[in-house]
Design a protein around this ligand. Sequence first.
Ligand SMILES: [Zn+2]
Ligand SMILES: [Zn+2]
Length: 347
Amino acid sequence: MFTVNAIAAPSATEPLVRTTIERRDLGPHDVLIEIRYAGICHSDIHTVRGDWGSVPYPLTVGHEIVGRITEVGADVTRHAVGDRAGVGCMVNSCRECENCRTGNEQYCLKGNTQTYAGVDRDGTVTQGGYSTHVVVNEDFVLRVPESIPYEAAAPMLCAGITTYSPLAHWNAGPGKKVAVVGLGGLGHMAVKIAAAMGAEVTVLSQTLSKKDDGLRFGAEHYHATKDPATFEVLKNSFDLIINTVSAPIDMASYLGLLRLDGTLVSVGAPPEPLPVPVFALFGNRRSFAGSSIGSIAETQEMLDFCAERGIAPEVEVIGAEAVNDAYERVLASDVRYRFVIDIDTLH
Ligand SMILES: [Zn+2]
Ligand SMILES: [Zn+2]
């Protein structure tokens, strides 16, 4: 084991503090990554504040990680010292279940090993990316193309893949009408990716306050959901709706926006159940679905896709000392569109 600098939550109610954490010694298939940037995901905040259940404290979160590989285990073949690397929401899986064997390890039937607050295969609690170094099995490390700006690459590892995966699965592309609900960290990536895939993109946001941004990201249309007329004008319109909002929505209104065989996919996670009116599904043979991150292969595909098309998240880079303030601003939706911690400030 070795000790590295980190930022950790001492409890659900205290601010994050600078501290140190332990990383395991490199196994034969591990790589050591010197972290350069770590994104702040809304999930980090929910987790440290205990919103999704109890977690082990002190806890270091962060699952949008990019850096440089500085050491590799004896049997590592997929990565080399000096490579630019990324780590997202998971760092391992069972590799034996039906889903792992078909390359869907994010849906590992025994539960994938989460990058933080998870229990690793060796029994230790995983600690995330708000730290100077991380040790990860090579199979769960991504290659980050050099053409993606370093700080902008971090949020792609969660926000990017979480939106890319359902867009790819439900065939967003030319001739398809896609709506994105919510223009935050996830939503702004969904707009950029769906537009790059060739779909006709509409943003559905509470107000029109971010309309200029939405159009700049590639949307052709932008409507306010606070205006009831929106749900009349857009009835039976969309092949696919990506819902990034983690608060409850009126399912009947949103399902009514789907055309024949359309699907509403939720990637935002409200803590309470969403009541689904079945008659809204009968009309137009609609579907309601969920989607969770993406596989490692698909995450690599997303990074390469975004690099080729020059797509990257909009980020605001902060120092380690500003993380607690950033959390408050995320909760107030006062960020355009993702905070990224400059990990050099932790050394
Ligand atoms: Zn996340
Ligand atoms: Zn599995």
